[in-house]
Design a protein around this ligand. Structure first.
Ligand code: ADP
Ligand code: MG
Length: 257
């Protein structure tokens, strides 16, 4: 199924609020990287985050699983307030899958083993249970036949789909994607976007940092534009692309479209 070349937005219902960021600020040393971020995300919602390089997009999503700590403001994920040194942070992280630009697969493990490692270690699944789940998810990302291969034997698009399957094996409630297609050769971008579109259709809550505006138009409930550590504008895709209000958004769209 190829869906990424269609353009009609996909309607769907949203649930209760699952992520809240309120007046969040973060500094790297004296560099103010996130400025008064206010963002709330409902269950099933799909958010696309875009903006110039260095605007704080990666930092924002990394704060949601506390790979980066924020210094002021409140972040709540699935009812848990994220505070420095939170004892339960591992259980929060377990609910949040993350897919990076570089696929970060374990090179010495097969696709299947990449998918079974964390469920066995962290969730305590037996090998048989973990393998059954892993095969289901490798099928969902359309590469069941690659289960026994090592990352080096796979194309970039296949590796990224293994990375998505590996995240899904942990049964996350929320999926974060940080420029998941920007390290791929152009002919592999759609095979990854199609998997992400299917995931969106399944009802997954997704925050996706990407400049793939076709994807944004198709699945995003909201496009969030960041510049210099601020959320400058957020709107549904039709309004965001059709009538951007802020001058910085207009300039950015002028450069990428
Ligand atoms: P984006 O993902 O939008 O490109 P990032 O969140 O990666 O932006 O980075 C925002 C800014 O913070 C950039 O100027 C970057 O150089 C800086 N930065 C990112 N990570 C660190 C770090 N660990 N220490 C210091 N500065 C950082
Ligand atoms: Mg980034």
């Amino acid at each position: 199924m190829t869906t990424s070349d269609e353009t009609a937005p996909i309607p769907h219902a949203l649930g209760d609020v699952v992520i809240t960021m309120r007046q969040v600020n973060k500094w790297y040393g004296s560099f103010h990287v996130l400025r008064d971020i206010d963002l709330s995300v409902r269950r099933g919602e799909r958010i696309v985050i875009c903006g110039p390089s260095g605007s704080g997009k990666s930092t924002l999503i990394r704060c949601l699983n506390q790979l980066e700590a924020h210094q002021s403001g409140d972040i709540t994920v699935d009812g848990v307030a994220l505070v420095p040194g939170l004892a339960g942070i591992e259980s929060v992280r377990r609910e949040i899958g993350m897919v990076f630009q570089r696929f970060n697969l374990f090179p010495h493990l097969t696709a299947l083993e990449n998918c079974t490692l964390a469920p066995m270690k962290v969730r305590g699944l037996s090998r048989a249970e973990a393998e059954a789940a892993a095969r289901t998810y490798l099928e969902r990302v359309h590469i069941p036949e690659q289960a026994g291969k090592y990352p080096v034997q796979l194309s970039g698009g296949q590796q990224q789909r293994v990375a998505i399957a590996r995240s899904l094996c942990m049964n996350p409630k929320i999926m974060l994607f940080d420029e998941p297609t920007s390290a791929l050769d152009p002919e592999m971008v759609n095979e990854v976007l199609d998997v992400m579109i299917e995931l969106a259709l399944s009802g997954m809550t997704m925050l996706v940092v990407t400049h793939e505006m076709g994807f944004a138009r198709r699945v995003a409930d909201r496009v969030v534009f960041m510049d210099q550590g601020e959320i400058v504008e957020q709107a549904p895709p039709a309004a965001f692309f059709g009538e951007p209000r802020n001058e910085r958004t207009q300039r950015f769209l002028g450069q990428i479209l």
